[in-house]
Design a protein around this ligand. Structure first.
Ligand code: C5P
Length: 201
């Protein structure tokens, strides 16, 4: 499962994995954990981060501070580096190949598992995604136009960075099923994806 930030792919992938009794891997967490290490070391996320990528251990993925706006942007910067991507590729493949898995990220259908049984590209408009991220961060009842605008700006900047990089850019695999989630809630998206899997057999 691939798609831009806050399109709902994490929620979907987790629910699908549960339904199929398969392990779930959120590959964004790997890039976030590298970014966290880089920031903790006081380094610039745009500087070479390969060493940090090699040092990732499972406990790094359990940290509570991986989803801050600072880590969002730093993860996208370390993810541009081919050496970081190469360092994380084997871990992702080992995870998926053992038992099969539901895996989400940006390049899963194009680079990590080009032969996946089924590929989905989960997307939504920038506005819908910014609204979702804003509600996750500040709660349903928050009405802060400035904060919502900041969220929209951050999502658009990360989309641009993830889509325009030379190495493994965010894009739908040719054989991916495109799912637009603007007007669908999480349950409806899960049903749609399950029906597609069922049709495939
Ligand atoms: O999915 P999530 O928003 O947690 O990912 C954080 C960042 O990690 C993304 O903005 C992207 O730059 C990078 N990423 C990636 N390839 C993946 C997963 C995430 O480049 N497979």
């Amino acid at each position: 499962m691939d798609g831009p930030a806050a399109a709902g792919k994490g929620t979907l992938a987790r629910a699908l994995a549960e339904r199929l009794a398969l392990p779930y891997l959120d590959t964004g967490l790997l890039y976030r954990a590298v970014a966290r290490r880089v920031l903790d070391a006081g380094h610039d996320p745009a500087a070479p981060a390969e060493d940090h990528a090699h040092r990732i251990v499972p406990q790094d993925l359990q940290r509570q501070d991986l989803r801050t706006p600072e880590v969002d942007q730093a993860a996208s910067l370390v993810a541009r580096q081919p050496a970081v991507r190469a360092a994380l590729l084997g871990r992702q493949r080992d995870f998926g190949q053992a038992l099969g898995a539901v895996v989400d990220g940006r390049d899963i259908g194009t680079v990590v598992f080009p032969d996946a049984d089924m590929k989905f590209f989960i997307t939504a408009s920038t506005e819908a995604r910014a609204q979702r991220r804003y509600r996750q961060r500040f709660g349903r009842d928050c009405r802060n136009a400035e904060q919502l605008e900041a969220e929209t700006w951050q999502i658009a900047a990360r989309d641009a960075q993830d889509s325009e990089r030379a190495n493994a850019p965010l894009r739908a695999a040719e054989d991916a099923l495109l799912v637009e989630t603007d007007r669908l809630d999480a349950g409806a998206v899960l049903e749609l994806v399950c029906q597609a899997l069922h049709r495939k057999g």
